[in-house]
Structures are given as structure tokens and as C-alpha cells.
Ligand binder design. Sequence first.
Ligand SMILES: *[C@@H]1O[C@H](CO)[C@@H](O)[C@H](O)[C@H]1NC(C)=O
Ligand SMILES: *[C@@H]1O[C@H](CO)[C@@H](O)[C@H](O)[C@H]1NC(C)=O
Ligand SMILES: *[C@@H]1O[C@H](CO)[C@@H](O)[C@H](O)[C@H]1NC(C)=O
Ligand SMILES: *[C@@H]1O[C@H](CO)[C@@H](O)[C@H](O)[C@H]1NC(C)=O
Ligand SMILES: *[C@@H]1O[C@H](CO)[C@@H](O)[C@H](O)[C@H]1NC(C)=O
Ligand SMILES: *[C@@H]1O[C@H](CO)[C@@H](O)[C@H](O)[C@H]1NC(C)=O
Ligand SMILES: *[C@@H]1O[C@H](CO)[C@@H](O)[C@H](O)[C@H]1NC(C)=O
Ligand SMILES: *[C@@H]1O[C@H](CO)[C@@H](O)[C@H](O)[C@H]1NC(C)=O
Ligand SMILES: *[C@@H]1O[C@H](CO)[C@@H](O)[C@H](O)[C@H]1NC(C)=O
Length: 645
Amino acid sequence: METKERRWRVPSIFWLPLIIFAALLFVMDVFQTQYTIVPARIQIGEEFGSELKGFLIKTPGCRIPFMDPFDPSITKFIHKEKQPVCNDGIPPLFDSNMTSIFLLNSSVANYTDQDVSAIQCCYQPFYRQEPKGNDGDSSIKFEKRCISFNISAKISHEFIKVMCKVNKVSIYTDFFSFVPIKTLKKNTVERRLNVLVVGIDAVSRLNFHRQMPTTVDYLLRNMSAVELLGYNKVGDNTFPNLIPVLTGLSEKTLEYVCWNDDNKKRFDACPFIWKNFKAKGFVTSFGEDSSWMGIFNYMRKGFWKQPTDYMWGAFNRISENQIGNSHNMNVEECVGAREVYKVFLDYITNFVKTMAQEQLPYFAFYWGASLTHDYLNKPNLGDPNYYNFFKNLHENGHLNSTVLIVMSDHGIRWGDIRQTFQGQMEERLPFVFMVLPDWYKRQYQEAYSNLVKNTRRLTTPYDLHETLKDLLNPFALTHDFLQSRYRNVSRGYSLFNEISPKRTCESAQIASHWCTCQQSIEIERNNSLVVEAANYAVDYMNFQLEGYAQCSNLTLESINDARIMTHEEHITNGNEVKDYMIIIETVPGNGVFEVTLRSTVGGQRANHFEVMGTISRLNLYGKQSACITDFHLKLYCYCKNLLGD
Ligand SMILES: *[C@@H]1O[C@H](CO)[C@@H](O)[C@H](O)[C@H]1NC(C)=O
Ligand SMILES: *[C@@H]1O[C@H](CO)[C@@H](O)[C@H](O)[C@H]1NC(C)=O
Ligand SMILES: *[C@@H]1O[C@H](CO)[C@@H](O)[C@H](O)[C@H]1NC(C)=O
Ligand SMILES: *[C@@H]1O[C@H](CO)[C@@H](O)[C@H](O)[C@H]1NC(C)=O
Ligand SMILES: *[C@@H]1O[C@H](CO)[C@@H](O)[C@H](O)[C@H]1NC(C)=O
Ligand SMILES: *[C@@H]1O[C@H](CO)[C@@H](O)[C@H](O)[C@H]1NC(C)=O
Ligand SMILES: *[C@@H]1O[C@H](CO)[C@@H](O)[C@H](O)[C@H]1NC(C)=O
Ligand SMILES: *[C@@H]1O[C@H](CO)[C@@H](O)[C@H](O)[C@H]1NC(C)=O
Ligand SMILES: *[C@@H]1O[C@H](CO)[C@@H](O)[C@H](O)[C@H]1NC(C)=O
């Protein structure tokens, strides 16, 4: 019965789900049945013997409790989202395969009552262009010619726009992307491992299990993926969690090193790992959907020169601008008649197949946000498609020289679930799965067994960067080599070496605010130190907003939650250090914030508070902060021009 429920598909008639839902509520209410879905292989915490019972991570440096994806505190937030309807249900007139576009006869009647021969179509190639002056990185150049064709056409361009007319009246516009070979250099002598990163935005490890059980099961069971259980985020949103993966630097250091006014705030000079792969002869590819809010584009200026050989974001942006539809919160769910994330997965498949066919080594980093960015429960809609995507690549042997990393950056950052303890933990614990080819695991057993050990250690985005660096030379990871390095400890640590069980958030440079290792105890919200800390936090936000006259001064409205974190080793210089995590609400705007404050008890700095890491915003700011562009301060600012209403 439970599996039936999960596989049940939404019928197109809109009232049927409502009736079923109402009936379900009635049954649950009258018969007091519990509605929980527990997929078969979720009890990871229980598989490792009794000593680990109750913990995901249990080392001297870090303990992360086992949490049930279907914990009663969470199930009330779990429900089915409805499938988006693209283009009001009108099917596309054209489809594509890896080389061609072709007309779908079955759709003709949806566009014209005339014969196929009355439809006149042409396609127009286009390219990303380097931005000018102070412009954002969104410049596109269309070729002047629009190439006429009948019924189908073989395409040698990367990106095309298709336009069709009947009697000179436009009836159809669509966009298609392809993977033309861009390099003549083939280096088939040296052995390589390709790297394919498939990112899914804003999905905690537990939400991945909850929402995409079929995909998770396939990755773990059929692809023998390794799952990092203690992967702890290091910053608030996507950018500060992916910059460490891609560059090994923190967001702050990046600004200092390469992303500053000297570089006109473009990212060209930054040390992205794809540059190292490129230098070794790999083909490089970077792609995102919802690219208007892309990693390097949201409130940022992207690149001058295209950073990788292939970059899909330019294609995504123009297609969303021109034929995007089914707008929902932050994203266009569809381009024309297709869901954006499916178009993206098809593109990735074409890229991987093309590289495999041509035997070109590649490094590809793909980040999908359109499906998952805004809603806790939307990933579930993509489960069958992600499952088919991985299954297709795996079963056709396209990944047998490839290291596949499937990952997220953080869990959902706002909404009701964030105000529960588990939701707060989940937000800090995104998923990371790694799949290595079997032959590689056999040949480099020590590297692989270290990776497996590290699934139960505290790990970070900085480690992922070191791991990617190792994949530049994967055939060097022999016993002798692994033994010879890491006598000392740095922030980032390759997952192919065993990470010390003594590692703490502090030694891994995870700010206390994001640290999931420490246990916490709920304390009275009216405790005088808590109240003092809350007032300090409000002053701190107001201080940050100083110089932004358009933003209101905030005042403390309420303290909604208070916890004290227990550290093992936090007596420094005889002074006791205490970390408080509090949730407060401020007015105007009713912003809800989660703040970690460190207080030093005793000594000269008695009752001194310090804000640890960033302050999290737990509810949406929406248009409240439209009057400023600083992406950090947007979380706090409530625009004065809204006060008059
Ligand atoms: C598309 O055309 C088919 C065949 O004529 C028709 O059954 C279907 O209702 C049409 N769909 C829409 C959304 O108009
Ligand atoms: C792609 O579509 C074109 C046009 O329909 C067809 O000629 C070609 O055989 C197809 N290629 C593949 C690989 O299916
Ligand atoms: C679609 O229609 C064209 C022209 O009428 C015809 O040549 C072609 O075979 C048809 N294709 C299919 C799949 O029916
Ligand atoms: C398309 O078909 C029309 C009429 O059959 C023909 O005149 C025209 O040359 C064809 N165009 C191409 C590009 O094949
Ligand atoms: C996945 O693996 C399981 C267990 O080995 C097997 O029963 C199942 O058929 C596999 N599924 C697919 C889709 O290959
Ligand atoms: C990859 O897998 C395919 C299909 O299983 C197989 O035919 C091919 O020989 C494999 N290639 C390598 C390099 O192992
Ligand atoms: C680790 O040791 C190497 C060699 O002694 C040194 O160059 C490096 O700076 C050390 N790293 C850290 C983080 O101490
Ligand atoms: C704090 O609140 C509790 C009840 O919520 C009350 O019993 C207690 O006296 C309060 N303490 C202070 C110091 O106000
Ligand atoms: C803003 O609020 C702070 C308290 O957080 C207060 O000390 C300060 O005087 C206020 N500033 C203005 C301009 O109202």
C-alpha cells in the first residue's frame, strides 16, 4: 500500500487528487492511521553495528545524530506537489536527437489547420558574446541568416532558435542545443578518468532520500555509489558552498584573490579547477539552468571570456527569456512545451555520450536549480527522470571511465521546516554521492577504502576540491603515495586519504553556526543571557545596515527559540566559551533569523558576544529588500519605502 502511494501518478483531471486527498484525510482522521512512507534502505544509521547506533558520525571530534527522514516532526511538511503544465498542454512541434531536429507530425493539428506543407520553418544559430563595459554576462549574438528547412534538418551548430510560419504568420518558436566537437586534439595515449558532477540545488541528504527514493536506490544499489553522511556545508547559500568546491578558497578569500574591483568583479582570474583539467587536455563543460540566478550571475557579473569549452547557461538564459513559461516563485519551470530540468538532463546525456563516442576526456560541472530551488517537495516530481538519466548513462556503459559525483549545496533554507531542529540540521547537511568505475576501485583499493571510511567522517566542500585535484592524476593514488602525504592537517583533505577521526568543525574551518557536530540543549527564551544575545544580534544587523539609509532600523519583536551548544574542547585561556543559537523575529517586516553567538564567560572579555558565521534568514524576504542589491544585506534590509502603506 505504501509503495502504491509513492508510485501513484497525478491524473490530468485536476479534481481527482483533491478527492483522494480529502478521502485520505478522512481515513486518517477517523481511523487514526499513520501516514508514513518508509523506503526500504533508509536506515543507514543502523547498518554499521551497535556502536554507531543512533549516530551518523561518531568520532572523538564530531557526533552527528542519526535522523529519520520521516521523523514525526517533519512528515507534516511532506506532501505532493503538482506537476507543472508547460505551454497549456500544447505539445512541441519539433523534437531533436543528438544530430537533428525533426517535425512531429502528431503535433501539426495543434498549430495549424492546414497541411504540413504550409508550415515554413527556419533555424537561426546563436552564440554567447563577451559582455561589454559594466554589463552583466548575458550577451547573445544571433546570426543574421535564418536557415530554411523542411520537416527535418541536420544541425552542426551548438545552439539554435527554430521559428515557423504559416502564411507569414508566426506559429512556433523553439530552442535546441547540441554538442558539436570543438577540439581536434585527441590524446588517446594517456589514461584518464572523466569527471562528471551533477548538482541538484538545495536538497538535504535526507530530503534526497525522502523525495527521490528511486534515484537514491539506483545510485546506491545498482551503481554502488558511496554516500558521504557527514558532509557539512560551510556557508549560507549556493555561492559560498560551491566556490570552495571549485576553487578551494572561501568566499572571502576569493574576493581578495581574484574577484575584486581590479578584475572588474568578473571571475575570469579565479583559480577554478576546470582550468587545471583544461591544462591537462580535458574538454571542460559548465552548465546551469535557471541561469538568471546562476552561481556567477545572480547579483554578479559572470565572466568576460567563456570559462569552459562548453557552457550551456547562455542557451538556457535566452530560451527562458523568450519561451519560458509556468513561472513559479523564482523559476521558469518550462521552456516552450518542455520542462527545463528535463531539457538540461537531455543536454548532459548528449554531452556525455558525445565525449564517450569521441573518446575525449572531460571535466563537466552541471548545476540544476529549476526543479528544486524553491520547494521542499518538488524534487519528488523529478525522481523518475533522474532515475532514468542515471540508468541510461550507466547501462549504456557511458560512465565506465568516469567518476560521477551527484551532490547538493545545502538543504532548503527557509519555510516551516527550517524552524524545527531537524530542519535546521538538514539545511546544513546536503547530499554527496560518488560513483567510481569498478576497475578503478579494484586497482586503487586503498584510495577507495579510505573514501568509504570517510563517509563516516566530518567532510566539507574544501575536501571535495582536494578530491577533484586528486582526480587530475587518479593513477598516482597508490599506497606509497597516499602514505607519503598529509603528515600535517590543513583545511581541505582529499577523500582518498583517511580523514582524522579527531577532526572538529573548528579544524575543518566550519563556522560554529553551520556546525552539525555539536549537541545542543534547548534553554529558556527569557534567560537573561539569551535576551542579551538577541539584542546584540539586532544591533549587529543594524550595524551592518549602517550607510544604507533606504533600510529600516530593526527592533527585536520576539525570541522564538534558544539553544546552547555543548562543545568538548572550548575552554580557551581559562575562559569558558559558550555558543548560543537563537531564533529571533524583528520588525518591521517580521524577518525570522537564526543566529549563533559565542559568549566568553569570565576573564576580561566577560559577556562579550560574537556572531559566528552568517545570520540565516528563515523566512522569505521577497520584495522587502528590493531597494538594495548587496546580496548579503538583502537578508536583513526592510525598505523604508514600504513603511508608508
Ligand atoms: C493537440 O492536438 C490533438 C490532436 O488534434 C488534440 O487531441 C489535443 O487536444 C490538442 N491539444 C491541445 C492542448 O490543444
Ligand atoms: C536523428 O533524427 C534524424 C531526422 O529524423 C534521423 O535522420 C537520424 O537518423 C536520427 N539520428 C539518430 C541517432 O537517431
Ligand atoms: C510525417 O509527415 C511527412 C510528410 O507528410 C512524411 O513524409 C513522414 O513520413 C511522416 N512521418 C511520420 C513519422 O509519420
Ligand atoms: C522545401 O519544400 C518546398 C516545397 O516542397 C521546396 O520548394 C523548397 O525548396 C524546400 N526547401 C528546402 C530547404 O529543402
Ligand atoms: C538494481 O539492482 C537490484 C539488486 O541487484 C536488481 O534487483 C535490480 O533489477 C536492479 N535494477 C535495475 C533497474 O537494473
Ligand atoms: C564500457 O561498458 C560497455 C558496456 O558495458 C562495454 O561494452 C565497454 O567495453 C566498456 N568500456 C570499457 C573501457 O570498459
Ligand atoms: C604541511 O607540511 C608541508 C611540508 O612540510 C608544508 O609545506 C605545509 O605548509 C604544511 N601545511 C600546513 C597546513 O601546515
Ligand atoms: C521565564 O518563563 C517561564 C515560563 O515560560 C517562567 O516560569 C519564568 O519565571 C521566567 N523567568 C524569568 C527570569 O522571567
Ligand atoms: C536602531 O536600533 C538600535 C537598537 O538595535 C538603537 O540603538 C538605535 O538607536 C536605532 N537607530 C535609529 C537611527 O533609530
